[in-house]
Design a protein around this ligand. Structure first.
Ligand SMILES: Nc1ncnc2c1ncn2[C@@H]1O[C@H](COP(=O)(O)OP(=O)(O)O)[C@@H](O)[C@H]1O
Ligand SMILES: [Mg+2]
Length: 175
């Protein structure tokens, strides 16, 4: 993959920036709006994991062209030098965070995530490749292909303000 964009990520806040860069990149390559947003969510989740569990990493984006099928797509990669994902099979499962199954009774102090990030990545991306090993860091590459013939998502329907009940807060004006 040629990577025209690459950046170090160190803080949790940077996931929003990475998501925006990824979504713009996807738009420029012709992904439809829901593909752009899906890539943004995936990029944000993977960036947050690299920061939370490995102290940071390097994110990159590149354009892909599959000569066999003439498909075009976007690859997002994130690489870190952290401890690796222990029990990878378990980590993909929804509700598993830091090696344990979260329940409604899991104490506040023991919740650092929802345990839904990797599951969402798997559901949203067209392809996911993970290389990870204890003490070897983690590299995750996801691919989103341009869906040929896909139509742009319909415009979000604006709510009709005139039909909403007036705001009942003291002093409030109807929106
Ligand atoms: N880059 C990484 N390095 C080490 N462990 C990771 C990494 N990414 C994910 N993990 C492990 O996989 C688990 C599941 O990740 P995820 O589904 O995103 O849930 P959450 O981040 O909410 O715990 C994490 O709790 C963590 O134990
Ligand atoms: Mg996560």
């Amino acid at each position: 993959m040629t990577a025209p964009w690459r950046a170090a990520v160190r803080t949790l806040e940077e996931r929003f920036w990475v998501a925006g860069v990824a979504a713009n990149f996807a738009r420029a390559l012709g992904l439809d709006p829901s593909g752009q947003q899906a890539l943004g969510i995936v990029a944000a989740e993977l960036t947050s994991n690299a920061v939370k569990y490995a102290g940071g990493g390097t994110a990159s984006l590149g354009a892909l062209e599959d000569p066999a099928s003439a498909r075009r797509g976007v690859a997002f990669e994130i690489e870190d030098e952290g401890p690796g994902i222990a029990a990878l099979e378990q980590a993909w499962r929804d509700g598993v965070s830091e090696g344990r199954e979260l329940t409604p009774d899991t104490p506040r102090a023991e919740r650092r995530g929802l345990g839904l990030g990797l599951g969402a990545v798997l559901r949203l991306a067209d392809e996911v490749v993970v290389s990870t090993g204890r003490g070897c860091g983690t590299k995750i590459r996801v691919v989103f292909w341009v869906k040929e013939g896909a139509r742009p998502s319909p415009e979000a329907k604006a709510g009709d303000a005139a039909h909403r009940p007036p705001c009942s807060l003291p002093g409030g004006e109807p929106l």
